[in-house]
Design a protein around this ligand. Structure first.
Ligand SMILES: Cc1cc2nc3c(=O)[nH]c(=O)nc-3n(C[C@H](O)[C@H](O)[C@H](O)COP(=O)(O)OP(=O)(O)OC[C@H]3O[C@@H](n4cnc5c(N)ncnc54)[C@H](O)[C@@H]3O)c2cc1C
Length: 598
């Protein structure tokens, strides 16, 4: 089985030294988020993740969830329900929810490391509480007074969980195609009918009730995505006073059998005239759903990060123990029959790639959390607006890059184990299988790329990009000519200029040929992710001055930054070349001609 140790030292470095969270929280008015409180939350989160959740990761994979076809009830793997009860008991469900909604009101920047640890320890389990947060966000912004009163408290307290019901058999990325109907009733409620597939935590045995947030169309809905409305549809009907009533007419029809996250219940949900309540305005459901999706997208990015970190730490431990052949430059451990494989350059290439992507990704994603906090708690309108633009801009990058990298990292880590990585016993193959879902759900990488380039950069006139370029340039100017960091800064300045130039040229080309945007989008997304990681690696080295870290930690950061700049950042050259080549090579082949030669 793979092991999991919480990376608290690096988390503390990112929070306290790199992002200077103490000063940031004081400025934002989070008076309860003192260093002592954060330290205690991190320690307790690490204990829960490593001692309660991690031991259930294997059983979740091997036993999975089971459906009672007669009743539609779903049983979660052994231990999952009890772990959830402990999670609720520990108050984790409302950690970052505003106090006015019954939460503890801690910053998202404190919630992110907890989420990372939960997912690293047991991704499938982490999916059960995951969507409650999004439901809380959507209902607190768009819900009626009654909906907020009745649904928020049990969701925040963890007595009920939430789901997000978008996908249907014929409609995934294109929600405009959805067919689920909502018929108005005389009493102001709606009858929801249709089939939703792939619904995470759609049915389970952990809580008294499940609150489904369902996208559906009203009878007078305009065609396409403009005609979508959002409804809250509880598993058990809820009376005016919030008490639970009889079973609603919805049930789980089947569970999907899937490649990974076996412990997560992925349900086909059948709604048969189920009682639902409109959230927000008719036909404006997508806006409300986006509130939910944005937090969920950042959360899925963290899933990628958590799995990557766990895979890396296992590969590292193995590479120090596994003895195979001698170092090319002479035996490093002559008293042993062979050297540990960590002496070999190619194994180091894989380990350093993992380390660079994990630690850089941690800095990048935690910064997105800080921007989230600034967007709601900033002291001026300008500060809040800039942070809001940054969150929008960073969300698809964090989601897509951290999950794409989780595939690379879990595969590299597995490769470090040689054939043993392919064997179930070591747990690496589970991490690789579990990681595979993260680039797919909550919008595929392709959809994130379109969101970044089409919506956040071109449609919204690049407000987030401008803010990010401003941050990179001001850092680069502040450390120009400053030894090792100065070299990184020169490279970052050049890349910032390229980033801006590529953005403008794609916008121009896509005005002439609409396919140019889609042709550039994936490479633009990855280019953006690698530049951002370069920025965070340079800032990490800069943050070592005066940081409360050991010399070994500082040396490792410097060496990994150097590896990143020399060995990974050049991937930007490839992505820039692909972007510049435009759409022609992609669109030249007729669909029928793909078959030629078969
Ligand atoms: C385990 C699991 C859990 C899930 N949980 C939930 C959940 O809780 N709630 C929920 O509603 N859904 C859930 N989903 C569904 C998931 O969000 C969708 O599978 C995903 O959004 C992709 O939709 P699709 O599978 O229909 O693929 P499609 O939309 O059919 O896409 C197929 C391919 O085409 C690409 N593509 C499509 N359109 C474009 C375009 N315009 N430009 C470029 N590329 C494009 C996609 O990137 C993808 O590579 C889950 C799925 C799984 C497997």
């Amino acid at each position: 089985m793979s092991r999991y140790d919480a990376p608290l030292t690096d988390m503390r470095f990112v929070l306290f030294d790199l992002l200077r969270s103490e000063q940031a929280f004081a400025h934002l008015g989070y008076t309860d988020a003192t260093r002592d409180v954060i330290d205690a939350v991190l320690e307790e989160g690490a204990r829960f993740a490593t001692q309660v959740l991690a031991p259930l990761n294997r059983v979740g994979d091997e036993v999975g969830c089971t459906l009672d076809a007669a009743t539609g009830d779903v049983r979660t793997p052994p231990g999952f329900k009890e772990a959830y009860a402990q999670y609720v008991e520990g108050g984790w469900t409302g950690l970052v929810t505003a106090t006015e909604h019954g939460g503890q009101g801690l910053p998202h920047l404190v919630g992110f490391p907890i989420k990372e640890m939960v997912d690293a320890a047991n991704l499938a389990w982490g999916n059960f509480p995951l969507l409650s947060n999004g439901a809380v966000e959507a209902l607190s912004v768009y819900g009626t007074e009654w909906q907020r009163e009745v649904f928020l408290k049990p969701l925040v307290e963890g007595r009920w969980t939430g789901t997000m019901c978008l996908t249907e058999p014929h409609c995934g990325s294109d929600l405009g195609l959805l067919r689920t109907r909502a018929e108005p009733r005389d009493d102001g409620t709606y009858a929801i009918s249709g089939t939703k597939i792939f619904i995470t935590a759609g049915e389970h045995d952990m809580t008294d009730n499940i609150v489904h947030l369902v996208l559906a169309k009203l009878p007078d809905a305009p065609a396409g995505s403009r005609g979508i409305s959002l409804f809250v549809v509880p598993k058990f009907r809820v009376a005016q006073d919030g008490s639970i009533g009889e079973r609603n007419t919805l049930r789980c029809g089947s569970l999907e059998h899937k490649m990974g996250i076996h412990g997560s219940a992925t349900c086909v949900m059948n709604f048969d005239g189920a009682e639902g309540y409109l959230v927000g305005e008719p036909h404006k459901g997508l806006m409300a759903m986006f509130v939910m999706m944005n937090t969920a997208r950042l959360a899925v990015g963290l899933q990628g990060l958590g799995l990557s970190d766990r895979a890396y730490q296992n590969a590292l431990a193995y590479a120090k123990e596994r003895l195979q052949m001698r170092s090319a430059t002479g035996a490093k451990f002559p008293d042993k029959p062979a050297d540990p494989i960590i002496v070999h350059p190619d194994v180091r290439r894989m380990l350093l790639t993992c380390k660079a992507l994990v630690e850089g990704g941690r800095a990048m994603s935690y910064d997105a959390a800080l921007q989230f906090d600034i967007a709601s708690h900033g002291t001026t309108e300008d500060e809040r607006a800039e942070a809001d633009a940054l969150v929008g801009f960073l969300t698809p990058i964090v989601k897509a890059c951290l999950t794409e990298w989780s595939i690379e990292v879990t595969y590299d880590a597995l490769q470090c184990f040689g054939g043993h990585g392919y064997i179930h016993e070591h747990g690496l193959e589970q991490l690789a299988r579990d990681a595979r879902i993260t680039t797919l759900y909550e919008g595929t990488t392709g959809i994130q790329a379109l969101d970044l380039l089409g919506r956040k950069v071109i449609q919204m006139k690049g407000a987030g990009l401008k803010a990010m370029l401003g941050r990179i340039r001001s850092f680069a100017e502040s450390r120009a000519g400053d030894g090792e960091i100065g070299t990184y800064c020169a490279e970052l300045s050049d890349l910032a200029a390229q980033w801006q130039h590529l953005s403008v040229s794609i916008a121009q080309r896509s005005g002439e040929n609409a396919d140019e945007l889609g042709a550039a989008s994936y490479d633009y997304l990855m280019f953006s992710g690698y530049v951002l990681l370069g920025y965070w690696w340079a800032r990490s080295v800069a943050a070592l001055d005066g940081a409360s870290v050991t010399p070994a930690f500082a040396d490792a950061k410097r060496a990994t930054a150097r590896f990143y700049f020399e060995r990974i950042l050049p991937r930007t050259l490839l992505h820039a070349a692909a972007i510049r080549s435009g759409a022609d090579a992609l669109m030249a082949l007729d669909a029928e001609a793909f078959d030629a030669g078969r």
